[in-house]
Design a protein around this ligand. Structure first.
Ligand code: NOJ
Length: 498
């Protein structure tokens, strides 16, 4: 009798599992599974799409100087001088957005276009006019602007004068830049992010030296100044603009999900620690008022401390957390067990495979695998650690190799699968109570991918860099159908390559 009972239980659980897996893999995803006010958009950043690097009185940014002087560091020797030429054809790009049916567009403001010399010179009216036109044209098309202030690029002059993020002086400059943007655009912009991925900016620019300005081992002081620059901008917004303008201000953080490589407590612990090096490094001080205990424990005095004055500044916190999520990775402990890896703590013990099996489907970007459930995990982690602060998925995307055939590039069914599955798992997190308010695909169109130049493509629209012609990929068609409420099933249509 007992045995029969057991068999029934096993069969029932198998059946349930089958139904659940069928549901999560084949059930159609619908727009109306998300709230009507949910923002669905696409993301870009100034340096990656605008081009016009010397036009309209713009000064050189750190990335202009870096790509020109150290072109060798960019995989294909390229730069963002022209990029997707968005500066000249932004109206056409807004039509692409309108045709997709998105209700929001995330872009960044080029600091060196608006304030070519930081606070050491005048506001550039041509730069202001460009963003005014962009914002007005978006709103005319019913598209909400979602604006990032700092997406890696800053006027080179600030680097030359005082070493940019290494100096506390940057806090004043960033506050000034933020205030110029709030006062010029805040009557129409209701979503502000102070930074995009500050960890990437300081880790690669000041830790490993791969991004400009190429410093090493100085990431914690640069991070400290970035956190306080965020606080400076939020203080200004809260005191002088928010009541009148009724917007929200937050920060955008890059978040992978980390799985313990082995099923043991050391790896579990390290997985938590790595999450904290990645996300809590910036979010804990801003939300809880100090660096995460996991980092303090591992780094001791290498991590700066907040003075009483600085702590006071941190009181202004944020209104939302932006999450850029692309992938999940395995981690293993290397403190108590030997590892081959010799990279720094917080980054190091990362593996993409377990027993020779990759964590997900690989993409053109090394270390970016498609692991859809990871988005649910990062959202739930953020929800728990930060008391369900409102969240936006500010980036999620899929990279293709640029040297694929045009037919392959346009028929990006792998990207469609990834988007559909990530959205399904995002929806799960929301059903578990996470306050997620928007989702942005990276990217509206192919663009300059930092150290990888133009060797990979993240766009829903293909860009021919010779003619600047945009062509919608299958993923653009899929997103459009989804946003228009069409039940989108698994099968893929073909996109003509002519
Ligand atoms: C993160 C960055 O914000 C963006 O600039 C970059 O292009 C994408 N992810 C893809 O790597």
């Amino acid at each position: 009798m007992e045995r029969r009972k057991k068999v029934v239980v096993v069969l029932a659980s198998a059946f349930l599992f089958l139904v659940q897996s069928l549901f999560s893999t084949t059930c159609a995803l619908r727009r109306d599974q998300f709230p009507p006010s949910f923002l669905f958009g696409t993301s870009t950043s100034a340096y990656q799409i605008e081009g016009a690097y010397q036009e309209g009185n713009k000064s050189l940014s750190n990335w202009d100087v870096f790509t020109h002087s150290q072109g060798g560091k960019i995989k294909d020797g390229s730069n963002g001088d022209v990029a997707a030429d968005h500066y000249h054809i932004y109206m056409e790009d807004i039509e692409l957005m309108h045709s997709l049916g998105i209700n929001s567009y995330r872009f960044s403001i080029s600091w060196s276009r608006v304030l070519p010399r930081g606070r050491y010179g005048k506001i550039n009216p041509t730069g202001i006019a460009f963003y005014n036109n962009l914002i007005d044209s978006l709103l005319l098309r019913g598209i909400e602007p979602f604006v990032t202030l700092s997406h890696y690029d800053i006027p080179q002059e600030l680097e030359d004068r005082y070493g940019a993020w290494l100096s506390p002086k940057i806090q004043k400059d960033f506050g000034y830049f933020a205030e110029v943007c709030f006062s010029k655009f805040g009557d129409r912009v209701k979503y502000w992010s102070t930074f995009n991925e500050p960890r990437m900016m300081v880790r690669y620019g000041y830790g490993t030296g791969e991004y400009p300005p190429g410093h090493r081992n100085k990431e914690f002081i640069a991070g400290h100044n970035a956190i306080l620059s965020h606080a400076t901008a939020v203080e200004i917004y809260r005191k002088r603009y928010q009541v009148k303008q009724q917007g929200m201000i937050g920060i955008v953080i890059f978040m992978c999900w980390f799985e313990p490589l082995r099923n043991n407590s050391l790896d579990f612990l390290v997985a938590r620690q790595v999450m904290s090096f990645q996300a809590a490094w910036f979010l804990d001080p801003i939300i809880h008022g100090d660096y995460p205990p996991e980092m303090r424990q591992a780094l001791g005095s290498k991590l700066p401390t907040f003075s009483i004055k600085e702590r006071r500044k941190l009181q202004y916190k944020l209104d939302f957390i932006g999450i850029n999520h692309y992938t999940s990775l395995y981690v293993r402990d290397c403190t108590f067990s030997p590892c081959k890896s010799s990279r720094n703590i917080g980054e190091s013990f990362i593996y993409t495979e377990r027993n020779g099996i990759p964590i997900g489907k690989p993409t053109a970007m090394p270390n970016y695998y498609v692991v859809p459930y990871g988005i649910e995990e990062v959202v739930l982690y953020t929800m728990r650690r930060y008391n369900n602060t409102p969240m936006f998925i500010t980036e999620n995307g899929y990279a293709q190799h640029s040297n694929s055939s045009m037919t392959e590039l346009l028929n990006d069914s792998d990207r469609v699968d990834a988007m559909r599955q990530y959205l399904t798992y995002l929806n799960n997190a929301m059903r578990k109570g996470a306050d997620v308010r928007g989702y942005f695909v990276w990217s509206l169109m192919d663009n300059f991918e930092w150290l990888y130049g133009y060797t990979m493509r993240f766009g829903l629209h293909h860009v021919d860099y010779n003619t600047q012609k945009r062509t919608p990929k299958l993923s653009a068609r899929w997103y459009k159908q989804f946003l228009h409420g069409v039940e989108v099933q698994h099968e893929h249509e073909q996109v003509d390559t002519i």
